[in-house]
Write a protein that binds this ligand. Structure first.
Ligand SMILES: [Fe+2]
Length: 325
């Protein structure tokens, strides 16, 4: 075979390889932007939490079924996503928690009043995220990665319309505020974006009665050890979208937060505090691509152990434990 023949064959192979790569890239881009972003999933996790029971002769158990929603990024054409949320909320939950980036554009506010098809037994609670507070431009999202002072727009949104829309849907929005449910001895602290000073969180937690099961909501995973020092048993956050693009064998490439890549989503244990980081159900429409990281809502079955009795469920639970002994 002549040198000219070899060179021609080499160029043909090179061309075919380039064409295959380009086709694969285009296929992945189409799948990541048009298919996987709409493959909404409902996942389930069981978690055990514990108050200090040292010295107590009586230990009771409290069970809660909590639906964790996050990063909806709602705009005016999100019927499909909202239908999914309405379908999964047609179940009995004790609580629904929503951890920020609820609305991307103002036309998404129309979904607030009809987000939940049924109200959970102990209520629905929400905090805001950075996409509620800021209308990002492409410049913020690209150059802002390099020039940190341009990471966010100069103006913060007035989120009062956002709060009104969520409250019309039965949510209580917690902006560095807490809520206590006496019948369950259940305390919920909501941390506003971008975070809270430790002294402020300590002050917030002072309202938690002794022995309460303490839950925390936040958007941006930041200084998570602080949540443990504050005595939270279980906390819920979002923002990372699970990395959005996960490579087989490598996992998330980025978390857009201080979390390491391997903690981009799922249940973490930080100093004894269980922290669930949601993959979320949406993303900024301008960068909404997901690969091996489908959007998700999560049902979290909580079993909490504490000193003393708590209501009839706890008595039954205690009796069952005694019976086993
Ligand atoms: Fe988000």
């Amino acid at each position: 075979m002549s040198k000219a023949d070899n060179s021609g064959r080499y160029k043909l192979y090179l061309g075919l390889a380039g064409l295959s790569l380009a086709t694969l890239g285009l296929g992945l881009f189409y799948y990541g932007t048009r298919v996987e972003t709409r493959r909404y999933r409902l996942e389930r996790i069981a978690v055990q939490t514990k108050s200090d029971t040292t010295g107590s002769a009586i230990v009771s158990h409290q069970s809660l079924k909590i639906l964790h929603l996050s990063d909806l990024h709602l705009s005016g054409n999100d019927d499909e996503k909202v239908e999914f949320i309405r379908a999964i909320t047609d179940q009995d939950y004790d609580l629904v928690v929503l951890t920020g980036d609820v609305f991307e554009f103002l036309d998404g506010l129309k979904y607030g009043p009809k987000l939940l098809s049924r109200q959970p037994r102990l209520g629905a609670y929400a905090v805001f995220g950075n996409h509620d507070y800021y209308d990002y431009s492409i410049y913020n999202k690209t150059m802002g990665r390099i020039f940190r002072q341009h990471r966010h727009p100069a103006e913060r949104n007035n989120v009062e319309p956002h709060r009104i829309a969520l409250e019309a849907g039965g949510f209580k929005v917690l902006v560095n505020q807490s809520h206590y449910i006496a019948s369950e001895n259940l305390f919920i602290a909501g941390i506003d974006y971008p975070g809270i000073k430790e002294a402020e969180l300590e002050k917030l937690m002072q309202a938690a009665p002794a022995g309460a099961l303490k839950l925390g909501l936040f958007h941006l995973p930041r200084q998570l050890e602080m949540l443990s020092r504050a005595g939270l048993h279980l906390a819920f956050g979002g923002h990372t979208h699970g990395g959005q693009v996960r490579l087989p064998g490598l996992g998330a490439i980025i978390t857009d937060s201080e979390l390491p890549r391997q903690n981009a989503s799922g249940m973490l244990d930080v100093g004894g505090t269980k922290i669930h980081i949601s993959r979320g159900l949406g993303a900024d429409p301008r960068s909404n691509i997901r690969l091996f990281c489908p959007p998700a809502a999560t049902v979290i079955e909580v079993s909490h152990e504490r000193a003393g009795f708590l209501g009839s469920d706890a008595v039954q639970s205690f009796a069952a434990v005694k019976g086993q002994g």
